[in-house]
Design a protein around this ligand. Structure first.
Ligand code: KG4
Ligand code: ZN
Length: 352
């Protein structure tokens, strides 16, 4: 079984090809990130235009990398939500057209579920990937931490899952991005904040963990606490505009703020994941989404759980087509989510 996966929910035009739900044959990502960086966030119109330009070459490169041709694929899977509507449209219209003209079955994939399925990849024909030694086994506790979503989900089996908790406000990646903006570090924030955090001391400031019921969590109070702490550091009060903070803060202060913020943001997730682990006794724990690339998260999880955790390669944590192709393999195998190429519609607010 060989599936082609197309992902265009945000700014990455991404195409992957996966065999049997466990072997990565290709993973090609064209990002329009540099075009957005100057605006401090993704500009939807620029993202859609870039998808139009990048879509066909990215598909061609994915086939080249996999060293296979069209006839060898069994089906096409495409992200139809959640995401930016203009971006989703390009991927969905491309996949619909290909499915129709090549007479291949089409599967509509949920982006967030796709992130979880990146964890099922255990081998590859490509160089430069560090793959886990085995696929996760059910029940699986999935810690989903991306720029748009933060949630804890327990999977009893494929497509049989229960959302245990969600963020009540910002997603964790969004909090990284906002703190990065506040400290004048640029976009996307996760990578720069975590890099700078290595030079700071996480014990410098006593930032709060939001007390939220059950398995839910919140990051907006933490974000405000970083802002207040930064204002205090430069001798100003709460009326001082966040946009002007960065020019007054020293690099060492920024590093300490980044480290303290990262430590608490990650601990917020890890504490709730530990609570879920104790209650549901999963056989496997997986992490998914862009923030899964974060080393502090990997470190804190290793320390918190008395269980081996296999982490996906960083290239499979941020948005990619291989995760959609992997999910597509299981949809194909389990007969789930097959759609009519004439009618698949985008769902920008799709939930798990
Ligand atoms: O999953 P993703 O690629 O896109 C969404 O579906 O949202 O996640 C992007 C998010 C961004 O907020 C980015 O700042 C964050 O993932 N991110 C990180 C790291 N790498 C990316 N956050 C923390 N540490 C990282 N190393
Ligand atoms: Zn994503």
């Amino acid at each position: 079984m060989i599936i082609l996966g197309i992902e265009t929910s945000c700014d990455e035009t991404a195409v992957g090809i996966v065999k049997d739900g466990n072997t990565l044959l290709s993973n090609v990502v064209a990002s329009s990130m540099e075009l957005h960086a100057q605006y401090g966030g993704v500009v939807p119109e620029i993202a859609s235009r870039s998808h139009i330009e990048a879509m066909i070459p990215t598909i061609e490169n994915a086939f080249k990398e996999a060293k296979i041709n069209w006839k060898q694929i069994d089906a096409i899977a495409v992200t139809y939500g959640a995401g930016l509507s203009g971006s989703l449209l390009i991927g969905v219209m491309t996949a619909r057209t290909l499915a129709k003209t090549l007479d291949k079955p089409l599967y509509g994939a949920n982006h967030v579920l796709g992130h979880v399925y990146a964890n099922f990849l255990t081998s590859t024909t490509l160089g430069g990937y560090k793959m886990p030694t085995k696929s996760p086994t059910f029940p699986i506790l999935a810690i989903i931490v991306s720029g748009g979503h933060s949630q804890l989900v327990i999977f009893h089996d494929h497509f049989d899952y229960q959302v245990l908790g969600v963020t009540l406000d910002d997603a964790i990646g969004e909090a990284f991005d906002k703190v990065s903006k506040m400290l004048g570090l640029g976009y996307p924030g996760g990578v720069v904040v975590s890099k700078l955090a290595l030079k700071g001391n996480h014990k410098s400031f006593n930032l709060p963990i939001a007390k939220v019921e059950g398995f839910n969590f919140s990051f907006s109070g933490l974000k405000t606490a970083v802002l207040r702490q930064a204002q205090v550091l430069i001798g100003e009060d709460y009326t001082f505009p966040s946009i002007k903070l960065s020019e007054r803060l020293k690099m060492s202060q920024k590093a300490d703020l980044a480290a303290s913020f990262q430590y608490i943001a990650i601990k917020t997730i890890v504490d709730k994941a530990k609570k879920a682990y104790n209650e549901f006794h999963p056989k496997s724990i997986v992490i998914a989404g862009g923030v899964a690339a974060n080393q502090e998260l990997r470190q804190q999880l290793k320390e918190a759980m008395n269980q081996e955790i296999d982490f996906p390669d960083i290239k499979l944590c941020t948005d990619n087509g291989a995760m959609i192709a992997t999910l597509g393999c299981f949809m194909y195998q389990e007969g789930r989510g097959k759609v009519d190429p004439d009618y698949l519609k985008i769902e920008p607010n799709l939930k798990m």
